[in-house]
Design a protein around this ligand. Structure first.
Ligand code: SAH
Length: 346
């Protein structure tokens, strides 16, 4: 556990969400989490195809919306900047007008901002979504961003539902004065059951949806998750590619939780058209990963061909990232339907 969290605990237990927010800031500021030498590998780091296809998805929607020249491109939590670099290369060919619009990046880690600046010169950085432009259509993408936002966990005890807090000696349970946050069907769950809510992620998604309704545009969220309501503890910490104990490694390991896509859809629903949640594999197949992989293979050596094929399989196959990861698109009212989704949610 890093000193910043340990010191706070001297004054007593703190809610998990608070500890996770401090831990995430420290972690992304201090460690190099991405890539083969880091703690985990994200989709854009697996293959250029991921960012390229997302770029084409954005370009297609923007063109069918009449190519609004005042739009801006936005990415939340760009990491090493790989996704947007690959996306822009594809957008430059498919829709040069979109490649020329301003790029806004939401990133809190000064270290990662520096890394992003080397690849994405000319972008505008924000510490939060609050300061994004308020008067232009947004074409926004966020990959593995929601899972890092501070999670709230409730645990059922003999005496009722309690809020999980972090203390010097491990978990601490504070009986919830108001169990309104627990879905009715779960109120009678067995002691030890855990129910999760990500209030930060819900608020962020609702805020983006409200902006889209006013400003126009679309947002694509991709993350690992499920469609709740559900019981279960999905908090996880990963260090050097292996699972670690989330509490004892606060700030030293990547800490994240599965995203409840039903909760995200519910937060956005009053304001926008919803597409998905759809499994990442289905989504990437239907926006053309097969054709893109074939094109890359056609120009490649035998070894590279095998690499392209392995990457495609890792992104789409059910046993790898194809089903655990989900895509959810929010589209402004009056904008055209998003490509790549087989069904509309609700
Ligand atoms: N999208 C990238 C990186 C995912 S990791 C990829 O797919 O590889 C999460 C990213 O979100 C990191 O860049 C991290 O610094 C950033 N981040 C996490 N919490 C944040 C917050 N509350 N506000 C802004 N950025 C945040």
């Amino acid at each position: 556990m890093i000193p910043a969290v340990a010191t706070l605990l001297d004054d007593g237990p703190i809610p998990l969400a608070r500890a996770m927010a401090i831990a995430a800031d420290h972690y992304y500021a201090a460690r190099e989490p991405f890539g083969p030498a880091g703690d985990f590998v994200t989709a854009p780091e697996i293959s250029q195809m991921f960012g390229e296809l997302i770029g084409l998805w954005l370009a297609d929607l923007w063109q069918r919306a009449g190519s609004p020249a005042d739009a801006v491109l936005v990415e939340l939590g760009p990491g090493r900047g790989t996704l947007m670099t690959d996306a822009l290369r594809a957008v430059r060919r498919a829709a040069p007008g979109l490649a020329a619009v301003p790029l806004h990046l939401v990133e809190r880690s000064p270290r990662l901002k520096g890394m992003q600046a080397q690849k994405l010169a000319g972008a505008v950085w924000h510490d939060s979504v609050e300061t994004l432009p308020g008067d232009r259509p947004l074409l926004l993408v966020a990959n593995e961003f929601l899972d890092a936002l501070p999670l709230t966990q409730f645990e059922r005890t003999e005496a009722g539902w309690a809020l999980r807090r972090v203390s010097r000696d491990g978990w601490d349970l504070a009986l919830a004065a108001n169990p309104a946050f627990i879905p009715e069907t779960m109120r009678g769950a067995l002691p030890g059951s855990v129910h999760e809510r990500n209030f930060a992620a819900e608020a962020l998604v609702a805020g983006i949806a409200r902006r889209l309704a006013v400003q126009g545009g679309a947002a694509l969220f991709i993350d690992y998750g499920y469609a709740g309501p559900a019981l279960g503890d999905t908090l996880q910490a990963i260090r050097n590619g292996a699972f670690a104990d989330p509490l004892s490694t606060l700030g030293e390991a990547d800490i994240s939780a599965h995203v409840d896509f039903a909760a995200m859809a519910r937060a956005a629903a009053p304001h926008v058209q919803l597409f998905g949640p759809e499994a990442q594999g289905m989504f990437l197949e239907s926006i053309g990963i097969g054709a893109r992989a074939d094109a890359l293979k056609a120009m490649a050596s035998i070894e590279t061909r095998a690499e392209v094929e392995a990457a495609r399989s890792r992104l789409v196959s059910v046993g790898a990232m194809g089903r655990l990861f989900q895509a959810l698109a929010l589209v402004a009212p009056g904008w055209p339907a998003a490509a790549g989704f087989n069904r509309m949610a609700r």
